[in-house]
Design a protein around this ligand. Structure first.
Ligand code: PAF
Length: 297
């Protein structure tokens, strides 16, 4: 695996690509786990693709009250994992490679970036969209893979790609869970052992929402309540949201029908955790764990 630690080696690597060879890109902030492994596997599955990952803790997506310096950094372990997962090259820029001067040009996405995390992390999706736009310009990949666990992020990037005509196809990788259901996340590193035990309530909450839908409940607020009760009963008192929304654009939903996402964010100790489950609801039939959107072909 080639390690490209600045923009020039990245440019040289890209220039040496064989004509007609596909490039699949997996952007990350490091602190890698098997959820990232699923993204790399999805990238690998693209026919003929070379897989390039990036590791960059993007300062502009952290709010003033969020500590970018505290974000876990595990570069050596990350490089070993990417190598083992079959990644061909990794781009590890420094902050000045992506932000050579104070940033005055931003990418903002309306609507889909506004509810859920958009309400609690102002500026977050502007930082994400801006850095992903820069990475897309520098890497010029044919395909990029994002995790469904960060569902709103994936929808924001999809809106950016479609509306600003980025020449890249998007694919989603499934959420990977620990044995007890907790979604893998770099932020799980912040959890103490008792908090780790408590955190599984997020998964149980999504499962309670699913059970309510499967029992025929179609009132969105009742499904949300079924999930929120589980979080509350686990003693988690700082809950940012538990909401059922339309999966394709995160618009509000009164009755559960079609593709819907049950998304939640809650604080367990000093870790803000997010998770979601996507459903396809057609009459009495409820299919769960479906894709947020179909892969671009
Ligand atoms: O999901 C992440 O790790 C980050 O938000 C991303 C997409 C790499 C942008 O910094």
């Amino acid at each position: 695996m080639e390690i490209l630690r600045a923009n020039e080696p990245l440019a040289r690597y890209l220039a040496a690509r064989r004509a007609g060879e596909y490039l699949a890109f997996v952007p990350t902030m490091g602190a890698l786990h098997d959820g990232h492994g699923a993204c790399v596997a999805k990238a690998r599955a693209v026919a003929k693709a070379r897989v390039l990952c990036s590791i960059f803790v993007n300062p502009t997506q952290f709010g003033p009250s969020e500590d970018v310096d505290r974000y876990p950094r595990t570069l050596d372990a990350d490089l070993a994992k990417l190598d083992a997962w079959g990644c061909d090259a990794v781009y590890v820029p420094a902050v000045h490679d992506l932000y050579p001067e104070p940033q005055h040009a931003w990418v903002t996405v309306d609507e889909v970036a506004e509810p859920l995390d958009g309400r609690f992390r102002p500026g977050h999706f502007r930082g994400v969209a801006t850095v992903v736009a820069k990475l897309f310009h520098l890497v010029r990949a044919d395909v990029a893979v994002f995790g469904q666990k960060d569902a709103q992020q994936a929808l924001v990037i999809r809106a950016m790609v479609r509306q600003l005509a980025f020449p890249v196809k998007l694919k989603l990788a499934r959420t990977v869970r620990e044995r007890d259901g907790l979604a893998m996340s770099s932020r799980n590193a912040y959890l103490s052992p008792p908090e780790r035990t408590t955190a599984v309530a997020l998964w149980r909450a999504l499962s309670a929402g699913k059970a309510a839908l499967e029992a025929g409940e179609r009132e969105a607020r009742a499904v949300e309540r079924a999930a929120a009760d589980v979080v509350q009963d686990a003693g988690i008192d700082r809950v940012d949201y538990v909401e059922l929304r339309r999966a394709h654009d995160l618009s509000a939903l009164e009755r559960a029908e079609g593709r819907a996402i049950l998304a939640l964010a809650a604080w367990v100790g000093s870790a803000r955790l997010i998770d979601n489950m996507v459903f396809d609801i057609q009459g009495r039939r409820v299919e769960s764990d479906v894709a947020l959107f179909d892969d671009d072909e």
